[in-house]
Unconditional design. Structure first.
Length: 98
């Protein structure tokens, strides 16, 4: 499969499956927000509402951290790490929805 074809599929997934502009999807899934892993990055919706596509609701997570955030036992730990990561970048972010 050519690189071009893969890009086409990713673009299609972003726009049809995730319903977000590809540029935004690409930016968010650049790397895992927690560990920086950048080979496989999945899109996670902070409020679990897949139609809420505002920037603050979307985070990129590697498969490990994505599985953890959906796991009852690890959820709090990951959320704390995300908040710590995020507050270093944009302190004005409101995390009241967590
Ligand atoms: Zn990770
Ligand atoms: Zn998720």
């Amino acid at each position: 499969m050519s690189i071009h074809r893969i890009e086409q599929i990713k673009k299609h997934n972003a726009e049809v499956y995730h319903n977000i502009p590809y540029d935004l999807y690409k930016k968010i899934t650049e790397k895992c927000l927690i560990c920086g892993f950048n080979s496989i990055v999945e899109l996670h919706h902070m409020d679990e509402n897949h139609s809420n596509i505002s920037g603050d609701n979307l985070v990129g997570l590697c498969p490990n951290h994505h599985a953890m955030i959906h796991h009852r036992d690890f959820r709090d730990e990951i959320l704390k790490k995300l908040i710590a990561q995020d507050s270093t970048k944009k302190s004005e972010t409101d995390f009241s929805y967590i």
